[in-house]
Ligand binder design. Sequence first.
Ligand code: NAD
Length: 283
Amino acid sequence: MATIFKGAEVNSALNARIAADVEALKSRGVEPKLGIIRVGERPDDLSYERTAEKRAEKLGVAVEKIVLPEDVSQAELLGVIKGVNENPLIHGVLLFRPLPKHLDEDAVCNALAPEKDIDGITDLSCAGVFAGKGLGFAPCTPSACMEILEHYGVELRGKKAVVIGRSLVVGKPAAMMLLKRNATVTVCHTRTADLPAVCREADVLIAAAGKARMVTADFVRPGQIVIDVGINWDEQEQKLVGDVDFDAVEPIVAAITPVPGGVGTVTTSMLIGHVVKAAKKAE
Ligand code: NAD
């Protein structure tokens, strides 16, 4: 029986710290505000938006939404980004991606002021994560993984960490953050040979492949910590499942995050926490 690393437990400590920071900011006359820029009506975006709005409200952070039509032009969207950059009342910006195909996503992301880039989408924030210099903000999802490990007192120094996935949103920054904490890190991807054997070597395994239940019993061994980033919709069972086959893996390992109720919920709190940090930096 594994210890379940519950997002709600991490959040209760994290949210208390964020709420205290919000109160302190407000006492100094600063109202932290999250700007949300959404193009179109993708159900995934709408669902995350609702969650972010609720979490912001709970923590006393204001939200300003800018919703643009699916066929918005590049110039118009860049104009909106310029507007939020110049608006001193908006401290951090969440831009939903992927953007529609006709838009140059790279140019749009990099038009955002790095100090308002609370989800690490600009090249400068990315460089900060890779250079270990703390420029800008790291993406919220790998930050949430690190927060969970820290909350449960998982020592990373000298440990073997394996990350499945090499996206710029999760896998690569997660690897850099683990490295910063002195883990010995292996990054796996679709071309990795004998993935189960590599994963069994890990003390800490982070699964971020976006493949439902791909981490099966033969990927793990007793004593491991497993962080499941995956969010996948199981059509047959009509429910969200992770990248880890929870029922098969949980009896073997030392600790595991559930899906839902694990990394995802902490990611939302990290997002709001980054807005508050951005507001503090802007003072
Ligand atoms: P992505 O598709 O951009 O990247 C997936 C990565 O996994 C790629 O680098 C690919 O090489 C690797 N991969 C895919 N299949 C593999 C396989 N069979 N074996 C080995 N490697 C494989 O996805 P992403 O944006 O990094 O997201 C990954 C997962 O995390 C998705 O399920 C996504 O929904 C989820 N996610 C969760 C949160 C959260 O807050 N919990 C946030 C973002 C993404």
